[in-house]
Write a protein that binds this ligand. Structure first.
Ligand code: CMX
Length: 141
């Protein structure tokens, strides 16, 4: 049997963690865990503010909704704070999406778009991944 073409997943790029308030959640990561803050950013299109912490070659991305119609606000309402998504690094998001579409996966984004930190990203629906919202992510350099 010919193995299916791999997506080229290199590592876990980051884990997205939904929080009600960055101000309340950040001291745990900075002061209790002692992680360095990498970046604070507002992603207007997703209606979130993010605080990113570097953890070796991966990152933790805290997500605070900036509007009641943010996908993260809906998540917090239904499930409370916690793991929101897993982001895997791929070399080419568009190519990975075309492979996943051909394999019958339900894509949230049919084409890559710009996410936090300037990365190209796309989401795959949790229905296709056994319950985890999956992000594909490609960074330059
Ligand atoms: N992880 C796992 N399952 C999730 C989920 C998540 N983060 N969010 C929703 N679900 C599940 C729900 O529990 C629900 O399951 P059931 O049908 O079994 O109850 C199902 O998905 C539908 O959920 P919903 O609450 O009705 O929400 P919607 O369908 O309106 O939206 C989703 C869900 C994933 C399509 C939407 O949140 C989305 O498009 N997400 C991608 C964009 C995003 O999350 N942006 C924020 C982060 C941005 C960034 O990192 O920059």
């Amino acid at each position: 049997m010919v193995p299916a073409e791999a997506l080229g997943i290199g590592r876990v790029d980051h884990l997205g963690l939904a929080v009600r308030s960055l101000e309340e959640a950040m001291p745990f990561y900075t002061q209790v865990l002692g992680l360095p803050l990498h970046e604070l950013e507002e992603v207007a299109e997703q209606r979130v503010r993010t605080a990113v912490f570097q953890v070796g070659e991966s990152r933790l991305e805290l997500l605070e909704p900036t509007s009641p119609d943010s996908p993260v606000a809906k998540f917090l309402e239904k499930r409370g704070e916690g793991l929101h998504h897993v982001a895997l690094a791929v070399p080419d998001v568009a190519h990975a999406l075309s492979l996943l579409a051909a394999r019958g996966c339900e894509l949230i984004d049919r084409v890559p778009r710009r996410g936090a930190g300037g990365a190209m990203i796309a989401f795959v629906h949790p229905k296709s991944t056994h319950g985890v919202l999956l992000e594909l992510c490609a960074r330059e350099g």
